[in-house]
Ligand binder design. Structure first.
Ligand code: DGL
Length: 249
């Protein structure tokens, strides 16, 4: 059985799930793979995303001992996880999906689901989720601005523009992209509504599946490695500060 739990995202977004998982599974070995060379995933099509995912998985499997992949990216989950499970039937894959269920359960009225254009274009989400009272909304810029550490004012102005076409009312918001979770407090202030993401749920799911697979490590040392698909020292330091120095994302 492999040793590492490997996380994949286009950039910084999946780090919230990565850190939440490290907290509840403190003795595991981890790899965080950020595909900054191909960011933004939200503007690629399904075929491109499947090709990219396959290449990353093959590279990681060739170089590391891996027991589970976490697709810490809603866009890659929507477009590629079914395909990856077919290609690697014995490897456990965990993905992220918008937490629509909880938003609908806890609130009456519509819920607004923010997502990248390629998650929006992919029917997997609307097919799988309960779609009543759900407004799916593609957002072009938000993930890129968050990756680039844009100022909060710039983020909010861009979001206002992108949301100006919505006619329906809504009483809650669901974050359907892991990058957005990094700005959940800002988004709560902006919408003044309950805002949901899937960070804690995905981390719990990782723990449960490892327990079911009897692959939990309960004692000993832990290690975490960060890999960027395109070397970028400044970005590496930013990520490392979040992972190793507990810096706020
Ligand atoms: N973090 C990714 C997601 O959850 C996508 C960001 C991007 O567009 O690369 O959808």
């Amino acid at each position: 059985m492999g040793r590492n739990i490997a996380f994949i995202d286009s950039g910084i977004g999946g780090l919230s799930i990565f850190n939440a998982t490290r907290k509840i599974l403190p003795n595991e070995d981890y790899i965080y793979y950020a595909d900054n060379a191909n960011m933004p995933y939200g503007q690629l099509n399904r075929e491109q995303l499947q090709k990219i995912a396959l290449k990353i998985i093959d590279t990681l499997l060739d170089n590391y001992d891996i027991k589970m992949f976490v697709i810490a990216c809603n866009t890659l989950t929507a477009n590629a996880i079914d395909y990856l499970r077919e290609v690697y039937p014995r490897m456990p894959f965990i993905g992220c999906e918008p937490n629509v269920k909880q938003a609908l359960k806890e609130n009456s009225g519509n819920t607004l689901v923010l997502m990248t254009p390629s998650s929006f274009a992919c029917n997997r989400i609307s097919d799988r989720l309960h779609c009543k009272r759900t407004i799916f909304m593609p957002i072009r810029e938000l993930a890129i601005l968050i990756e680039e550490e844009a100022d909060d004012k710039i983020i909010i102005n861009s979001l206002k523009k992108e949301l100006s076409s919505i006619k329906e009312s809504f009483s809650s918001v669901v974050l359907g992209c892991t990058h957005y979770s990094l700005k959940i407090d800002l988004l709560k202030d902006f919408f003044c509504l309950p805002v949901y993401d899937g960070v804690a749920g995905t981390a719990r799911h990782i723990k449960e599946l490892n327990a079911v697979n009897q692959s939990l490590v309960n004692s000993g040392y832990t290690s975490s490695s960060i890999i960027l698909s395109r070397p970028d020292p400044a970005k590496y330091i930013r990520y490392a500060n979040i992972v190793f120095n507990g810096k706020k994302i």
